[in-house]
Design a protein around this ligand. Structure first.
Ligand code: TRP
Length: 457
């Protein structure tokens, strides 16, 4: 058996994990949900959930990864008490990673396509309706979307094929660096626009009336779901990086840094989008089209909009690619752990598999658009997203949670020993009651509410 690869530096680990966490969830989903639920009050609830729900589960995933030295494909087998069945979760975790990529690569492709649409000035001089038409026109073209999806997949697997340190770690570090620089430039541009102040108020001053309008449950549920998704929890996507990590630092400390970076990017993405919306009189509650329709319209009206538009979509592409690379790394390590394959072989086989598996999502917008699995207007993408976000993430998180706290699982003592190994912040002992007896019910509640909300309209 070859020796397990390790990160070359602590910064590498933090930036890769942050790169996995920082993705479409931060730059696309977070702004549009925030816009929909009325801004600051929603943000406040979301922040609370990151701390009371996301952070402890992230620490648990990292602990399972570091202690087992395996990906989610084998980690439960290694750590579970003899004769127990916790490892059933490994199949769901693997399925979750593949399913996530089945729709994520398509959206990643849209982002890269939009970089080129901006560079080439395709939007210049178009009316708002025509800009919307560009997006819908893209959805109607299966070949065009397939090409960009394949480019996204090839690029990401190529980086993974270079190895953990030379590929994933090196490239993600560079991308995350640029991502922060571009984000700061865009933030400065946006908050200094005339009329930006109204957007800042909407985004930063809570208006609890909005929450009453939607009903507190719906808003709380949306905030909970977002906190799982944005931190990449529940399907072992983070656990893999624990398995590459040395024992020098405690996992609580590292998880806090990663959560903070993820949140910083989400909050700043909002600082780019909301002031711009208000400055140009555009509704931020647009929904998923916010990034592809509303924003190109804003850039159209803005001086130097072509440059800022290009920068914006480069930023979006980096966020998407860093998450895709991270999940591919996880997928590659599944086949290495399961079949003992070399990296190159694992890359090749999964490359083909992911391209084929991504096709239903691409075709769901055009060839199969009459198939509406979750009700009128929904697509195969919505179905895949629903299976992952509303099922595998909360239930998987619940399994990690119980595995680490129950004496029938890996157990509290083992978990705490692993989490607290190294220098840095220790897992607070008083939190044991909370994570053992309260948090599981919160997670279960999210799961049930997800269904109630989805099917009660
Ligand atoms: N967190 C990423 C985002 O915000 C998406 C992501 C990557 C993810 N890996 C995951 C979500 C695993 C859930 C589970 O876009």
């Amino acid at each position: 058996m070859e020796k397990r690869e390790k990160f070359s530096s602590r910064l590498g680990f933090i930036l890769i994990s942050a790169g996995c966490a920082v993705g479409l969830g931060n730059v696309w989903r977070f702004p549009y949900i925030t816009g929909k639920y009325g801004g600051a009050a929603f943000v406040l609830i979301y922040l609370i959930f990151l701390v009371i729900l996301g952070l402890p589960i992230m620490i648990m995933e990292f602990s399972v990864g570091r202690a087992s030295q395996k990906s989610a494909a084998r980690s439960f087998h290694v750590l579970e008490p003899k004769g127990t069945k916790w490892h059933i979760e490994s199949y769901f975790a693997m399925a979750g990673n593949y399913l996530l990529m089945m729709f994520y690569t398509t959206v990643g492709g849209w982002m890269i396509a939009y970089v080129f649409k901006n560079i080439s000035g395709e939007f210049t001089g178009l009316s708002p309706e025509e800009v919307g038409g560009v997006f819908n026109g893209m959805l109607a073209q299966p070949v065009y979307m397939t090409v960009w999806m394949v480019i996204t997949v090839l690029l990401s697997f190529f980086i993974c094929s270079l190895g953990l340190q030379n590929g994933v770690e090196r490239i993600t570090k560079i991308m995350m660096g640029f991502l922060f620089v571009i984000l700061i430039i865009l933030c400065i541009r946006s908050v200094t626009l005339d009329g930006a102040i109204e957007g800042l108020k909407f985004y930063l001053v809570p208006d609890f009336g909005k929450i009453a309008e939607y009903g507190i449950f719906e808003v709380v549920f949306a905030a909970m779901g977002q906190s799982f998704f944005t931190l990449s929890l529940g399907i072992g996507a983070m656990a893999i990086f624990g398995s590459y990590l040395s024992k020098e630092r405690t996992l609580t400390g590292e998880s806090i840094s990663i959560c903070c970076l993820d949140t910083l990017v989400a909050i700043m993405a909002g600082l780019v989008i909301f002031p711009a919306c208000f400055a140009f009189g555009v509704d931020p509650g647009e929904g998923p089209g916010l990034v592809f329709v509303t924003l190109p319209n804003i850039f159209n009206q803005m001086a130097g909009g072509r440059i800022f538009g290009t920068l914006f979509f480069v930023f979006m592409s980096f966020a998407a690619l860093s998450s895709i690379i991270a999940v591919f790394e996880n997928i590659i390590s599944f086949s290495r752990d399961l079949f003992g394959w070399e990296r190159k072989k694992a890359v090749l086989v999964n490359l083909i598999a992911i391209i084929l598996l991504s096709m239903p999502c691409v075709l769901g917008f055009n060839v199969f658009s009459s198939f509406a699995p979750l009700g009128a207007g929904t697509t195969i993408q919505d179905l895949e997203d629903f299976i992952v976000s509303n099922n595998l993430l909360p239930l998987g998180s619940l399994v990690y949670l119980l595995f680490c706290t129950s004496r029938y699982g890996w157990g509290w003592k083992n978990f705490i020993k692993e989490a607290d190994t190294g220098k840095g912040v220790k897992f607070p002992k008083w939190a044991r009651f909370y994570v053992s007896y309260i948090l599981p019910f919160i997670v279960l509640f999210i799961f049930v509410m997800g269904y109630v909300q989805k099917f009660s309209r």
